[in-house]
Design a protein around this ligand. Structure first.
Ligand SMILES: [Zn+2]
Ligand SMILES: [Zn+2]
Length: 350
């Protein structure tokens, strides 16, 4: 089959790749219909370090991508929720499938520490391919629900789950004020989630005028990073906002998150944090902040998130700014990597 294959930094190719085979009775195979590129894929693309792997040194070839939807073509004997012909969306990764956390869909908290994302190593084939093996299918795949379009289904595989986690962990509630730092796909879904959870006011901070414009279209107050602190302090009479969602992961944005949070407030850090980050917790402690830093389990978010999408409270509209065929995947990566001023998220049709 054909797939997008890692050959090294800045060298992802549309290439031949071994077709997946059903290995376990709880697994299934899908024919991938659509997939998307995530900001975290760019860490690999640019040969950076991510978790235990340094992608500038990785010499293995493997199929990439962890956000995908498709049609079930083969199911293992123990799969109960899916049958051939169903259209499904997948969680971006899986856990062991047996521990208490995994059984609740909290794959990022897997107790046997076998958190396995699709497409970051040869351990689990990626989803930017014609076919893919789905591990622990009953726990990690969801039949695309009625009232959820394909773009929304793709967002439910990762971005929406992550943004929503941020809004929940930042304790967004009706009437609260919120700031979201970063307006990439995660920040944007966090902002939408904040409104869906009843936020009274949402500030959207990003250096890109294009991304600020997108945020303003959805009702957020757009702010450039250099004006954000002054403006927020002025608006809140020097108190800061109740909830901050950080969706960048840089030292300066984490510091800014702590800076603009009100005393007793909540900060949720979603951005993939830089190595060696130095952030003093003194200000956070003096303000008695609750700080969360984490990764979405994804499947655990669906019971709450899907109804919000179906009711139109979270739409994810305007997220996919570009579309490519799988055969043009290399171009898609190049564009996504360089065009942050015009690109939000890239959809790939298989
Ligand atoms: Zn992703
Ligand atoms: Zn587990």
């Amino acid at each position: 089959m054909k797939a997008m294959v890692f050959h090294g930094a800045r060298d992802f190719r549309y290439d031949d790749y071994a077709e997946p085979k059903l290995t376990g009775e709880r697994d299934m195979i899908i024919r991938v219909e659509k997939c998307s590129i995530c900001g975290s894929d760019l860490h690999m693309y640019n040969g950076k370090k991510l978790g235990p792997l340094d992608y500038s040194l990785v010499k293995m070839n493997f199929c990439v991508g962890h956000e995908g939807i498709g049609e079930v073509v083969e199911v293992g004997a123990a799969v109960k929720k899916h049958k051939v012909g169903d259209r499904v969306l997948l969680a971006g990764g899986v856990g062991c499938g047996k521990c208490r956390r995994c059984l609740k869909g909290e794959f990022s908290l897997c107790e046997s520490k076998t958190v396995l994302p699709y497409g970051f190593s040869p351990m689990l084939q990626g989803l930017q391919a014609e076919y893919a093996l789905v591990k622990e299918a009953d726990l990690s795949a969801l039949t695309i629900p009625e009232g959820v379009n394909d773009e929304q289904a793709l967002l439910l595989t990762d971005s929406l789950a992550t943004g929503f986690l941020g809004a929940v962990k930042a304790d967004v509630q009706p009437g609260k004020s919120v700031a979201v730092i970063g307006q990439g796909p995660i920040g944007k879904t966090a902002m939408e989630s904040a409104f869906a959870l009843g936020a009274e006011r949402v500030y959207a901070i990003d250096p890109s005028a294009f991304r600020r414009g997108k945020a303003a279209e959805l009702g957020a107050i757009p702010l450039a990073p250099e004006e954000a602190v002054d403006r927020i302090m002025q608006d809140t009479h020097g108190l800061g906002v109740d909830c901050v969602i950080e969706a960048v992961g840089k030292e300066e944005t984490v510091k800014q998150a702590i800076r603009i949070a009100a005393a007793g407030g909540n900060v949720a850090i979603l951005g993939v944090v830089e190595r060696g980050m130095q952030t003093s917790l003194m200000q956070a402690q003096l303000k008695s902040l609750t700080i969360f830093a984490g990764v979405a389990g994804v499947a655990d978010s669906w019971p709450k998130l899907v109804p919000l999408v179906q009711e139109g409270k979270i739409r994810g509209e305007g997220m996919f700014t570009h579309e490519f065929a799988l055969a043009d995947g290399a171009q898609a990566y190049e564009l996504f990597n360089t065009g942050q001023d015009t690109v939000l998220k890239v959809l790939i049709k298989v």
